[in-house]
Design a protein around this ligand. Structure first.
Ligand code: FAQ
Length: 310
């Protein structure tokens, strides 16, 4: 009772729960679920853009893209470390990703067909990630909140590099502008799905908000993203593929059309355009990297033995 009261007092004071603190088992399980899914999304998210590293149109673009893809790996590392403070093992989490018992974001199951897709991912996908993740910097669990502060700083660079790349396409040839519009047509709706199911169907939101893991509902953040992005589309000279998108002066927000939730459900269940390919590639990378993990562990053991001997 005393521990529960302490937990609730920390939440009420908007302070942070730390790994050493007592916490309800369901709070721990919810955090493990969300942080692990988030970590998996970061490392699976390296694949769609990574596919363009060998085809970047200039050395400058290649250097920027390399930095971005490496950042995503780093985000995965911060997040797996944050999850480990809750008593789980990174190897087990990766196992769960590889066997399909833990999810990752639907957005990374769509293909990157042209170079414009790389810019649109920066603009829309990293843009949506920022809207979703800035509030997570104030999440009630300390290690997750602190990881998010670093991640958000890097996401903001990612978003800008994407937008800057798209400005170059806007100012390019007709064919480049067409390529830009085509990429926007394909990525707009999946980006809106990143925020999760509508509030009425969101099974975890109410409890996660009460625990101050989430600060806003899925629909609130989705609306915030649409309001932020629609004027940016005008700057880029592209049309967002939604006939119902229009400014609503009464609500002081954009109205927008209905998301295809059947498509969302299919992609979550593993039946998206690239689900099988993404997991196959991930498992292959993991298997091929076994010797690196073995070598790193052997080195760490040797160093520890040296310290013991001293
Ligand atoms: N995809 O009850 P809710 C990035 C699942 S990182 C797949 O509303 P919750 C950076 C959900 O897990 C992108 N599954 O769930 C980058 C739950 O199933 P479960 C990842 C989804 O947790 C950029 C069920 O539906 N970001 O982009 C999705 O309260 C470029 C019911 O949903 C994060 O993970 C989905 N889109 O809210 C990297 C942020 N949405 O687990 C590379 C942290 C929902 O009960 C390149 N996560 N589901 O079986 C969150 O903020 C939350 O977990 C939500 C979902 C908002 C995603």
């Amino acid at each position: 009772m005393e521990q529960q009261a302490h937990f609730e007092a920390v939440l009420a004071a908007d302070e942070r729960i730390e790994p050493r603190d007592w916490m309800p088992e369901k709070y721990r399980a919810t955090l493990i679920r969300q942080i692990a899914q988030h970590a998996h999304s970061e490392i699976i998210g390296m694949q769609p853009e990574g596919a363009w590293l060998t085809r970047a149109p200039s050395l400058r673009r290649k250097a920027i893209l390399l930095a971005k893809v490496q950042d995503e790996a780093g985000h995965g590392m911060y997040l797996y470390s944050a999850a480990e403070t809750l008593g789980v093992d990174r190897a087990d989490l990766l196992d769960r990703l590889h066997t399909g018992t833990q999810k990752y974001s639907t957005i990374f199951n769509y293909p990157t067909l042209t170079w414009a897709d790389v810019g649109v991912i920066g603009w829309l996908v990293d843009g949506a990630a920022i809207v979703n993740q800035v509030p997570l910097c104030r999440c009630s669990y300390g290690p997750y909140a602190r990881a998010m502060i670093r991640i958000c700083k890097e996401e903001s660079f990612h978003q800008r590099q994407g937008f800057e790349m798209l400005l170059a396409l806007r100012d390019g040839t007709d064919a480049q502008r067409e390529m830009l519009q085509d990429a926007v047509n394909r990525w707009w709706w999946p980006s809106l799905m990143m925020f999760g199911p509508p509030d009425a169907a969101s099974t975890n939101s109410a409890q996660s908000m009460a625990w101050r893991i989430k600060r806003h509902s899925n629909d609130e953040l989705r609306q915030r993203f649409v309001d932020m992005t629609a004027p940016q589309a005008d700057v880029l000279g592209v049309k967002l593929p939604d006939e119902k998108l229009r400014w609503n002066a009464e609500r002081n927000s954009y109205d927008f059309g209905e998301i295809d939730w059947d498509e969302f459900a299919r992609v979550v269940k593993g039946d998206g355009p690239c689900n099988a390919e993404r997991i196959e590639r991930r498992v292959a990378a993991h298997t091929e990297g076994a010797w690196v993990r073995e070598a790193a562990l052997a080195y760490a053991k040797k160093q520890a033995a040296k310290v013991d001997a001293a």
